[in-house]
Design a binder for this molecule. Structure first.
Ligand code: ATP
Ligand code: MG
Length: 256
């Protein structure tokens, strides 16, 4: 029962189809506490779909998911968040016309009661909490009260990450291409942030197309090819060539 019981998350033989497209096929892997695992694969390989199966955004057709050794049914993002899983989606899902605090607290707005009865949005606390979260992401946004449509790509990304961090006590953070829209400096800040989250003992599953980023943060690498696992490798015991080979479908390796 050594490795098995120590896994934070285990997925076993999960699959998901969209009509005739088998987006995720018979995928199995484990994630352990405090590790950074990169999820790689070509466009359309099934990375986002797999992440969404874990975050409750999609429901698996087959397979099992275990959380801290217990079988779970992650039937919605709310269920995921209750057990300690938070995801930052590739398509960001920010509401353009709403400001940063509004986006971070979307769907879980803080309410205060005036005279103990009249419910009102607690904008002051939401703003304070937003400032704190942004300070952690370390990306400078001069005016958090502007609608997010007026922000740069990097600032939007920072907002999306801050929103994921806000999910209370998330033990597993799933980041789907968090560096995609960023400048070089901002990329480095996100990499630093991932390292900090790891030091806090969280597990991070991060999707990226950038092998430099992957090798700078990942402990292990999972490669998907046409929806199936092509490789699960120790990031310190592989090479760019091997990873590229797995991505394009030129082999198999599974260290797990
Ligand atoms: N909601 C959906 N409805 C129908 N097909 C979908 C849906 N989501 C994904 N697919 C299909 O499933 C496959 C996997 O898509 P997915 O988005 O998971 O790939 P990905 O690895 O995240 O790609 P990318 O690197 O481009 O983000 C693709 O063939 C895609 O067209
Ligand atoms: Mg994707």
């Amino acid at each position: 029962m050594s490795e098995y019981s120590a896994a934070l998350l285990e997925v076993k033989n999960i699959g998901k189809s969209f009509g005739a497209v088998r987006a995720v096929r018979n995928v199995s892997f484990q994630l352990f506490p405090g590790e950074v695992v990169a999820l790689l694969g070509d466009n359309g390989a099934g990375k986002s779909t797999l992440c969404k199966l874990i975050s409750g955004a999609y429901q698996k057709d087959v397979g099992e998911i275990f959380w801290q050794g217990k079988k779970v049914e992650i039937t919605s993002p709310d269920v995921a968040s209750q057990i300690g899983i938070a995801m930052m989606y590739q398509d960001l899902a920010l509401v353009d016309e709403v400001d940063i605090p509004g986006n971070i607290f979307l769907g879980r707005e803080l309410i205060k009661k005036i005279f103990g009865i009249v419910p009102l949005l607690d904008k002051h606390t939401m703003r304070q909490e937003t400032e704190k979260l942004l300070a952690r992401v370390k990306i400078n946004i001069p005016d958090i009260n502007r609608p997010v449509i007026k922000l740069s790509g990097g600032q939007r990304q920072a907002t999306a990450i801050a929103r994921t961090l806000h999910a209370k006590d998330a033990k597993l953070l799933i980041l789907d291409e968090p560096m995609a829209a960023l400048g070089v400096q901002e990329e480095q800040k996100v990499i630093q942030l991932i390292k900090t989250l790891k030091e806090e003992g969280r597990t991070i599953l991060v999707v990226s197309h950038n092998l430099d980023h992957v090798f700078s943060v990942a402990d292990r690498i999972i490669v998907l090819h046409t929806g199936a696992v092509a490789g699960i490798v120790d990031a310190h015991k592989t090479s760019r060539e091997e990873i590229v080979g797995l991505i394009v479908g030129g082999g198999k390796r599974n260290d797990q």
